[in-house]
Design a binder for this molecule. Structure first.
Ligand SMILES: Cc1cc2nc3c(=O)[nH]c(=O)nc-3n(C[C@H](O)[C@H](O)[C@H](O)COP(=O)(O)OP(=O)(O)OC[C@H]3O[C@@H](n4cnc5c(N)ncnc54)[C@H](O)[C@@H]3O)c2cc1C
Length: 394
């Protein structure tokens, strides 16, 4: 009998997992027939069927990307790979991972992969839900933010982020907010109204006086640095300081720290001190058999303190988890570990920088790309087009 694999979620981590698990990441038409004739595993994905390419969302601000362009119906991709799709939401995991419960069914498995993505700590600072927007909430929230921005002729805008570092790494979205604030500056300049706006960036996780290439880019754009600042509450018309005084803000774009979705704590899965699914260096959920997790929902074993949650890290982790799941299903010990790497292109529309750090000091793509150049925007778009083309057509 074929082994039953259940994959929860249809975001970056799950799709990278599928690509690596099936060994052939690209499936030209003839592979469609091959996989129907021969497949060792019976694979089921449970999710909402809509893949969101989050890295493009900040570009909504400059009108270059939209909801339609960043959303892919993932069901044809799964169908081409002979993967069953269940359009549902998982609400519980039981029996040491062997039973997955959704709002409408129960699914038994021989091995489980969990890629359910992040939850944001929206209750950490009161008023976050009611008075802020976030690119991390998805295309709808960002479209609403840009609609409001377009209606404004002048004003004060705050862009900020808070990180969850309790698991020893960066669970939050700093780089994305730096990109957003620079694109916001560019969008207002294009409209010829930049001088009518005050733009601030704030984060309690950045030390006052912090310097470096990103800070230089912000200062070049006249963005006011409120490093070290954390509001005690977001309120109508702005935010409250610790002394109760109001900082006026007409719009706030803010993203809180990341944890795993809360329902996880009611399941048989272990939760780390920082609120993630607890996994080891092989991507195995600690204490459970044949259960793996990767991406924004999972922590790391012994991470370097700079490593963030990224699609790129999800790719490295899911690749390793896929190899290890294949190994345990063959009866072998898991042996594949992953590198830690921060790698992303920060698009400022009139400039771009490649932000990079890695645990083995290997440069990205053998250093063939410049570290700072407007041409990197083309490189970033090419990655996006290739990735989405693969999901839509291969
Ligand atoms: C604005 C923005 C810009 C970014 N830019 C970059 C970048 O330039 N480079 C980079 O590498 N990373 C970037 N990231 C980070 C990257 O998008 C995330 O790290 C990545 O999406 C994490 O992948 P994931 O699969 O863990 O989560 P997701 O991609 O969020 O996928 C989670 C999946 O799980 C599903 N799911 C959730 N709960 C359930 C449930 N109960 N039952 C079933 N399914 C469920 C969701 O529907 C979704 O399909 C950016 C993120 C944002 C928000």
């Amino acid at each position: 009998m074929k082994k039953r694999i259940v994959i929860i979620g249809n975001g970056f981590a799950s799709l990278f997992f599928i690509g690596a698990f099936l060994a052939l990441p690209f499936y030209p038409v003839f592979m469609f027939f091959l996989r129907r004739a021969y497949s060792r595993y019976d694979i089921t994905v449970i999710g909402n069927g809509q893949f969101i390419y989050f890295p493009a969302i900040p570009e909504f601000l400059v009108g270059k990307k939209s909801r339609k362009g960043v959303t892919v119906d993932i069901r044809p991709y799964l169908w081409r790979r002979k993967i069953h799709f269940i359009d549902d939401r998982v609400i519980d995991i039981q029996d040491g991972g062997r039973t997955v419960i959704t709002t409408e069914g129960r699914y038994e498995n021989d091995a489980l992969f969990i890629g359910i993505g992040p939850a944001f700590m929206v209750d950490d600072i009161p008023g976050t839900k009611e008075h802020t927007f976030s690119p991390c909430s998805g295309p709808d929230a960002m479209e609403e933010f840009t609609r409001r921005l377009e209606r404004m002729q002048e004003g004060i805008i705050y862009v900020g982020f808070k990180l969850n570092k309790r698991d020893g790494f960066v669970a939050g979205r700093g780089g994305q907010m730096y990109e957003s604030v620079c694109l916001l500056d560019y969008a207002l300049k294009e409209r010829g109204v930049r001088d009518k706006f005050e733009i601030h960036i704030f984060s309690p996780n950045i030390a006052v006086g912090d310097s470096g290439a990103i800070t230089d880019r912000l200062q070049e754009r006249g963005i006011i640095l409120d490093y070290g600042f954390e509001p005690v509450e977001f309120v109508e018309g702005g935010m409250l300081d610790a002394d109760g005084s109001l900082r006026k803000a007409d719009l706030v774009l803010f993203t809180p720290g990341i944890v795993a979705p809360e329902w996880i704590s009611e399941t048989c899965l272990p939760v780390s001190v920082g609120g993630h699914i607890d996994v080891d260096k092989y991507g195995r959920v600690v204490g459970l058999q044949n259960v793996f997790a990767a991406g924004d929902c999972a922590n790391h074993e012994n991470p370097p303190p700079w490593v963030p949650h990224q699609a790129h890290m999800a790719q490295l982790r899911s690749g390793s988890a896929a190899k290890n799941m294949n190994a345990v299903l063959r009866g072998d010990e898991p042996s594949s570990t992953y590198r830690f790497e921060l790698s992303c292109i920060m698009n400022m529309e009139n400039d771009a920088m490649w932000l990079h750090a890695s645990s083995d000091d290997k440069p990205p793509f053998w250093n063939i790309f410049p570290k700072r150049s407007k041409k990197l925007i083309k490189v970033k778009n090419t990655f996006e087009h290739l990735y989405l083309f693969n999901l839509r057509y291969l």
